[in-house]
Design a protein around this ligand. Structure first.
Ligand code: FIX
Ligand code: ZN
Length: 416
C-alpha cells in the first residue's frame, strides 16, 4: 500500500513497530538449563540493581544491612521507598509498573503481596513463553561467562539450550584481569603463563576456540573501561590483537565491545556500584581500520561518545553500532541517540537492546523503546514524504524488520 499522508504514515509505522518480532542482542537472561541464574518474578523485578541504587539514595540503613536482608525484605523496602513514599517515575520504577500493567495486574492496588500471588502458580517455562509473547521478542542473546563457576558447570554438564536463546561468549576476565585469570586457564588445562609468549597466545586462542565450539556464540563480548586503548603496551591490547581478532575472523564470530564502564565506583553497592566514563573512539577506529575483514559490534556507555561513534560507523562498514546501554536506556537519551543514528546512518544500526537481567524486564524495556523508536521513525519518514517521496507500507515493514533484528543476522552473514 502506498502511504498517501501522515495519518496513514503514523498508522503504518506504529503497526510495523508494534508487530515486529525482536532479536534482543544483549541480555543477562539464561535458559532454564542454568536454574536460578535466570531471574524472574516480581521480587527480582523490584530488586533490580538500578532500583537498589535509587533506594539507597533515600534510606539511612547501611549497605551491609541492605545486603543482609532477604530478597523479599529488600523488595518490600524498595517498594515502600520508591513506589509508596515517593512517586515511581524514574525509568526503572516506571518499568516495573509497565510490566505489572501488561500482565493485567491491578496496579491501582499498589499491593506488592497481591502481585506476588500472580507468580505463585506460574512455572518458569510458562513464564518464559508468556514474557516473550507479551514483549514480542523472538530471539535473545545471553551473556555467557566461562569464568563464572555457576555457569561453567552447566556448559560442561547437561546444557540442552533453547532455540530462542542464543549464546554470547563473554570474556571480561580474560581481557581485564589477565594477571589474575591466566591461573584459571592453567587450572583448566591451557599451558599459559602470565608472560604473553607465543605459546601462551596460542593457548589463549585454543581456549577461545574451545568455548566457541562449546557455546556456538553469535559473538564474543567484553565490557571495557574508559581507558580501553589498542594498541598499547598491555596484556589486554596484545590479547585483543593477537587472540580475539584472529579467532573472531577465522570463526566468523564478531567481537562486541561495550566500552566506558567504570567498575565498582561505589563497591558497597556491589552490582549496582558501576559508573560511566568517556572513552577513546580512536581505539574503535584503529581496530576497524586495521582489521577490515573483522566484524565489530560496538556500544559505548557515555553520552559524550555517541556522536563520534556514529561518525566512526560511517567510516567503517565492519562496525555495527548497537543499543542505548544502561545509563543511556532512558527515554530522553534513547530519543536523542536514535535521532542521531537515523540521521547519520539511516536504517544501518541496531537502535536498541534490553540488557534485561530479569526476564520480566523484556516487557517494559521493549514496550518503552518501541514507542520512542516509532516516534523518531515517523518523523524521519514524514520528512521524506514531504519531498514527494513515495513510501510503501511494505518498505516500512522491511526497514523496521532490519533495525529490530535483521541487521544483526545479516551482519553475521556478511563477508568483508
Ligand atoms: O557489562 C554489562 O553487560 C552491563 O550491561 C552490566 O554489567 C550492567 O550491570 C547492566 O546490566 C546494565 O544494564
Ligand atoms: Zn549487559
Amino acid at each position: 500500500m502506498v502511504i498517501r499522508n501522515t495519518y496513514e504514515l503514523r498508522k503504518a509505522v506504529d503497526k510495523a513497530v508494534d508487530n515486529v518480532q525482536v532479536t534482543d542482542i544483549h541480555t543477562h537472561l539464561f535458559t532454564t538449563d542454568f536454574g536460578d541464574l535466570l531471574l524472574w518474578g516480581v521480587d527480582e523485578l523490584v530488586t533490580y540493581h538500578y532500583l537498589i541504587a535509587e533506594t539507597m539514595r533515600w534510606v539511612d540503613i547501611s549497605y551491609d544491612e541492605y545486603w543482609a536482608m532477604s530478597k523479599q525484605e529488600q523488595a518490600d523496602l524498595i517498594w515502600d521507598t520508591l513506589f509508596i513514599k515517593n512517586s515511581p517515575y524514574s525509568e526503572a520504577c516506571r518499568g516495573v509498573l509497565t510490566v505489572l500493567e501488561k500482565l493485567g495486574l491491578d496496579i491501582a492496588s499498589r499491593d506488592l503481596n497481591a502481585f506476588r500471588e500472580y507468580f505463585k502458580n506460574m512455572t518458569v517455562e510458562q513464564y518464559i513463553d508468556k514474557v516473550l509473547e507479551v514483549a514480542g521478542v523472538k530471539n535473545l542473546v545471553m551473556t555467557n561467562d566461562p569464568f563464572e563457576d555457576s555457569e561453567r558447570k552447566t556448559w560442561l554438564g547437561n546444557y540442552k539450550g533453547d532455540e530462542r536463546f542464543k549464546a554470547a561468549l563473554r570474556i571480561d576476565p580474560l581481557l581485564n584481569a589477565w594477571d589474575i585469570n591466566y591461573k584459571r586457564l592453567k587450572e583448566w588445562g591451557y599451558d599459559v603463563y602470565q608472560e604473553l609468549t607465543e605459546s601462551t597466545l596460542k593457548e589463549i586462542r585454543r581456549f577461545l576456540n574451545d568455548w566457541i565450539d562449546r557455546m556456538n556464540p553469535v559473538y564474543m563480548a567484553a565490557s571495557l573501561p574508559p581507558a580501553f586503548v589498542v594498541p598499547e603496551d598491555s596484556a589486554r591490547s596484545r590479547i585483543v590483537e593477537e587472540c580475539i581478532i584472529p579467532v573472531s575472523r577465522e570463526r566468523n564470530v564478531p567481537f562486541a565491545m561495550m566500552i566506558g564502564v567504570k567498575k565498582l565506583t561505589n563497591p558497597y553497592l556491589r552490582v549496582a556500584g558501576d559508573s560511566v566514563g568517556k572513552s577513546d573512539i580512536s581505539t574503535v577506529e584503529y581496530l576497524c581500520a586495521k582489521y577490515p575483514k573483522n566484524k565489530f559490534l560496538v556500544t559505548m556507555l557515555a553520552r559524550e561518545n555517541q556522536h563520534e561513534l556514529c561518525v566512526a560507523a560511517r567510516k567503517f562498514r565492519n562496525l555495527l553500532v548497537f543499543g542505548c546501554w544502561w545509563f543511556l536506556n532512558n527515554p530522553s537519551l534513547i530519543e536523542e541517540m536514535t535521532r542521531m543514528r537515523f540521521e547519520l546512518l539511516g536504517p544501518s544500526v541496531i537502535p536498541q537492546h534490553s540488557d534485561a537481567r530479569v526476564l520480566d524486564q523484556l516487557i517494559y524495556k521493549w514496550s518503552h523503546s518501541r514507542k520512542i523508536i516509532a516516534d523518531v521513525l515517523f518523523d524521519k519518514y514524514s520528512d521524506i514524504l514531504a519531498t514527494g517521496w513515495i513510501i510503501k507500507e511494505d518498505e516500512i515493514i522491511r526497514d523496521v524488520e532490519k533495525i529490530f533484528g535483521g541487521n544483526f543476522w545479516s551482519f553475521l552473514e556478511r563477508q568483508f
